[in-house]
Design a protein. Structure first.
Length: 360
């Protein structure tokens, strides 16, 4: 297979290093279009489906649906991840929206939609960087994604419906369109690549998937901000409240997850996987649903979210590395104590033997 994996890997690393800048550039471009050429913004919406599938399809190629079978082996951390993703997070987002954004319903609906969305595929990468349990993270991503086909419509209708009028059938159709179609297409593509070129061929093209997905995300952010920036400027008080509300949502999620994981005795690798899986919300999926079903203000608000989420995930990575190092230090220290104790026992035994020989 004529692929240059080194070039693709370097391209993927460049996109990852430049992610925040590229997101900011997409937002600036969208704002310029929205304010300078307001007539062009509605025209750009014609390309929203293309950018949506460009964002989601490569992401789904890397999802291994068959990993669901492994969920039975690690039921405790997976159960807690499902609780946080589908019960705690939506209720937390709804409460924060009720307290801070109830007078700005489109912003409130955006926060609830984000809170109802499960973790993204990037969780696996962040877990690997933090030396966490990568297979566990992969299972959590797949199980959460499959369950979200049902949970997102139900949760969004029940909670976001307190702020804006919603059509449950339309939400279900949008969810199926945004999740199921790319998921099936991605799974078929992955199987075809494996059948034709084997695992080596798939690993060769795999580094190209995140950059392709990011290109789609940049397109959606540009289009969303272009259509929503004027309305966000008109509702500037809601915009100013939305950013602290998003920050509070991430902080409380992080604190609650770490506390629960430690209290219930999770191993360090499981803690890292769980925290990433709860905090690493699938912003791309939420944004895709927003542009399909919600208003431009909601979509524009979610387009801003990566600027808060990315630094949060980076902080979790640094925290995870420190956690693993501290556990390793404790383990090394405990082993050192045992070795020193045994060494002293041996030395004492040797002295006793020498004394016995001297007496004889």
């Amino acid at each position: 297979m004529a692929v240059k994996p080194g070039l693709l890997a370097r391209l993927a690393r460049w996109f990852e290093r430049s992610l925040l800048w590229l997101i900011a550039l997409s937002m600036v471009l969208g704002a310029l279009i929205g304010f300078t050429w307001p007539g062009a913004a509605p025209e750009l919406r014609r390309y929203i489906d293309f950018t949506l599938y460009l964002m989601l399809y490569p992401m789904m190629v890397g999802v291994q649906v068959e990993q669901v079978a492994r969920a039975v082996k690690e039921i405790k951390p997976i159960s807690w991840s499902l609780f946080f993703n589908f019960v705690f997070s939506p209720l937390l987002g709804w409460l924060i929206a009720l307290l801070l954004l109830r007078h700005h319903p489109e912003f409130a609906a955006g926060l609830v939609l984000l809170a109802a969305t499960p973790c993204a595929g990037m969780v696996v990468g962040w877990t690997g960087l933090g030396r966490g349990n990568v297979p566990l993270a992969l299972v959590i991503v797949v199980v959460s994604l499959l369950l979200s086909i049902v949970t997102i419509p139900a949760t969004t209708y029940l909670l976001a419906g307190t702020f804006v009028r919603l059509d449950a059938v339309a939400i279900m159709k949008s969810t199926l369109t945004v999740i199921l179609v790319p998921l099936v297409a991605g799974d078929v593509t992955r199987r075809l690549i494996l059948a034709r070129w084997g695992s080596a061929g798939f690993q060769a093209v795999r580094p190209a998937l995140p950059p392709l997905s990011m290109l789609g995300m940049f397109g959606i952010i540009t289009i969303s901000v272009a259509n929503g920036a004027p309305q966000m400027a008109a509702h500037w008080t809601g915009t100013l409240l939305a950013l602290p509300a998003l920050a509070l949502f991430y902080v409380l999620q992080l604190a609650a997850t770490v506390n629960a994981a430690r209290r219930f005795g999770f191993r360090p690798g499981e803690i890292v996987a769980l925290v990433n899986a709860v905090v690493g919300k699938n912003v791309s999926l939420a944004l895709g649903l927003a542009v399909h079903f919600f208003g431009p203000v909601t979509a524009a608000m979610l387009a801003v979210n990566p600027l808060l989420q990315a630094p949060t995930m980076a902080w979790i990575y640094r925290w995870a590395v420190r956690l693993q190092r501290s556990k390793e230090a404790e383990s090394t220290g405990a082993e050192g104590v045992v070795v020193n104790f045994r060494k002293k026992e041996t030395e004492a035994g040797a002295r006793d033997n020498m004394e016995g020989v001297g007496r004889r």
